[in-house]
Design a protein around this ligand. Structure first.
Ligand SMILES: [Zn+2]
Length: 212
């Protein structure tokens, strides 16, 4: 298990699983992920969506990824601790899943600059070759910067998805000093992480969080 590189704002269990974690140590599946931006309050039933949040203790919540970015958020609202786990591929990032997750926290009275946040292992710029339509879609985002794309060895664009989400985080008023992201590449780290693009089409790692 890898853990965010930041102190939690209140007692938490959280982490990013690897190939070496025992599935019994991981949360129950509560989401049927669809590469969208639906965020729901965690419940026992499995629902369609790409993000979960909860204020309840003893309810581990998580997302499953194998190149997409798992995002963990934790912050205090006037009512108490709030946590969230989001799944962001490029489609989810473009659709604004991070914006919607932070908006949920703000609606509950939280201050976005108080959120502790972490982007977990995912496909990084070194391997994330995309089509021009992906860059075209991402470039519509108000947080977009040209430095988030570069030309890869095959002359095709490579997207910095972590960087894109990080730019959105800054746009949302998140504090760079509360960033615990782990910019490991799922494709590069074959011994440690599953990668869909490298050929792991059924296995996933988790980004998960729980109020103890
Ligand atoms: Zn890589």
């Amino acid at each position: 298990m890898l853990v965010p590189q930041i102190a939690p704002p209140f007692p938490l269990r959280w982490g990013f699983s690897t190939k070496h974690d025992d599935p019994k140590d991981l949360p129950p599946v509560r989401l049927s992920q669809v590469h969208g931006c639906g965020i729901v309050e965690a419940a026992e039933a499995v629902v369609e969506g790409d993000g979960l949040w909860t204020v309840r203790a003893g309810v581990p919540i998580g997302v499953r990824v194998a190149d997409c970015v798992p995002i963990l958020l934790a912050g205090m609202t006037p009512e108490g601790p709030w946590i969230s786990a989001l799944h962001a591929g490029w489609r989810g990032a473009v659709a604004g899943i991070l914006r919607l997750g932070v908006a949920r926290f703000v609606e509950l009275g939280g201050d976005s600059s108080e959120l502790v946040w972490a982007l977990g292992p995912a496909i990084q710029r070194c391997h994330f070759e995309v089509g021009p339509e992906v860059i075209e879609a991402a470039a519509q985002d108000p947080a977009w910067h040209e430095f988030l794309v570069s030309e890869g060895p095959r002359g095709r664009p490579h997207l910095d998805l972590h960087g894109f989400l990080g730019a959105q985080a800054m746009d949302l008023g998140l504090d760079p000093a509360k960033d615990g992201s782990l910019p490991l590449c799922t494709v590069c780290q074959e011994h440690l992480l599953w990668s869909y693009r490298r050929g792991d089409h059924s296995e996933r790692q988790w980004g998960w969080i729980e109020l103890p």
